[in-house]
Design a protein around this ligand. Structure first.
Ligand code: NDP
Length: 324
């Protein structure tokens, strides 16, 4: 039933109406911009709870000025979510999932209930956009909570028979490239760098605007229905050492290097607060385990840069230039 709808729309070149939830967030605002840029009728949830948060209000107004429609709705008002959903074809949720900011992944269970009742949603993209949680069954505490919660949401979506796309976006460049892969850093030093282990594990880095552009492209594409889409642009599959080397080339200077063993990393992690430990667990799996690159993309999944080769993604070297 769904694929018929999707195929027909695809062939006719019609673009789905999209509701973005979490639209004022770090990734959410990029999703709104990409949706508008790709010509979708774009709706953005305005939660009454944001109150007098002037930054959010101003951002929402700027979306409206660019052509988006603001829809009032709250996770604590089921009917308001149902009414918002009824106006669109597709819903993309980008609620927070980074503990040092906020972690609201399970709120999406309420959204799943509302999608079931609305009955018209042709595709749901839940708040994922990171490491594929399905590959993280053996992740360490406490960071595994992110993956476990995302899997709870996946189960609810699949149990309800809601058509979905899960976007596995790997490392947001702003966090990882900016800080040369060092936890607690988002700007690159011109003096020194701490390597995680030998610094040779390969990871994948994606500009957040590119994540948004790829994500929006998936929604009317029948090839991505009920699949995971990994964003793995080939030139951005790099180790920490390779990123450092690119930076050294740009600044014309070698950084002083030291290294943190796996065991020392774990020891340091244990002394941190809960939110920091969650984040550090993610760094651990990416940079000591190589969890982003230690598997092939198999059946039931797609790779975004292969699906949409016309998107000129930002290469890590170019991303680094902004810090000069
Ligand atoms: P943000 O922390 O920027 O939050 C996004 C939005 O969530 C907020 O702007 C707000 O939207 C909404 N929100 C926050 N708190 C609440 C609440 N209590 N009730 C309802 N809505 C709330 O999120 P990010 O953009 O950082 O994260 C989005 C996704 O990306 C997550 O799944 C996260 O795990 C993933 N991620 C991946 C990274 C990677 O390297 N791969 C790095 C960072 C995030 P509004 O006020 O507009 O309603």
């Amino acid at each position: 039933m769904f694929s018929l709808y999707s195929d027909t729309k695809h062939k006719m070149g019609l673009k789905s109406k999209i509701l973005i939830i979490g639209g004022t967030g770090y990734l959410g605002k990029r999703l709104v911009n990409a949706s508008l840029a790709q010509g979708h009728e774009t709706y953005v949830l305005r939660r009454p709870e944001i109150g007098v948060d002037i930054e959010k209000i101003q951002m929402l107004l700027s979306f409206k000025n660019q052509g988006a429609t603001l829809v009032t709705g709250s996770f604590s008002d089921h009917q308001s979510l149902v009414e918002a959903l009824k106006q669109v074809d597709v819903v993309i949720c980008a609620v927070s999932g980074v503990h040092i900011r906020s972690h609201q992944i399970l709120l999406q269970l309420k959204l799943v209930d509302a999608i079931k009742e609305a009955g018209n949603i042709k595709r749901f993209l839940p708040s994922e956009f990171g490491t594929d949680p399905a590959k993280m069954a053996d992740a360490l505490e406490p960071g595994r909570v992110t993956f476990d919660d995302k899997m709870v949401v996946r189960k609810a979506i699949e149990d309800a028979g809601i058509p979905f796309t899960y976007v596995s976006a790997n490392c947001f460049a702003g966090y990882m490239v900016g800080g040369l892969c060092q936890p607690g850093h988002i700007l690159p030093s011109k003096e020194s760098v701490l390597l995680l282990g030998d610094g040779n594990k390969k990871s994948i880095f994606v500009d957040e605007d590119d994540i948004a552009a790829y994500t929006i492209r998936t929604i009317d594409d029948p090839r991505t229905c009920n699949k995971t889409v990994y964003i793995r642009p080939s030139e951005n599959i790099l180790s920490q050492r390779e990123i450092v080397k690119l930076w050294e080339k740009l600044i014309g200077k070698q950084l002083q290097k030291s290294s943190l063993s796996q065991q020392d990393f774990l020891n340091i992690m244990k002394g941190q607060g809960y939110a920091e430990q969650v984040g550090l667990t993610h760094y651990y799996h990416v940079f000591y385990d190589g969890c982003l690159t230690n598997f092939e993309i198999g059946d039931g999944a797609e790779e975004a840069s292969a699906l949409y080769p016309d998107i000129q993604y930002t290469k890590v070297e170019d991303y680094l230039k902004q810090y000069l």
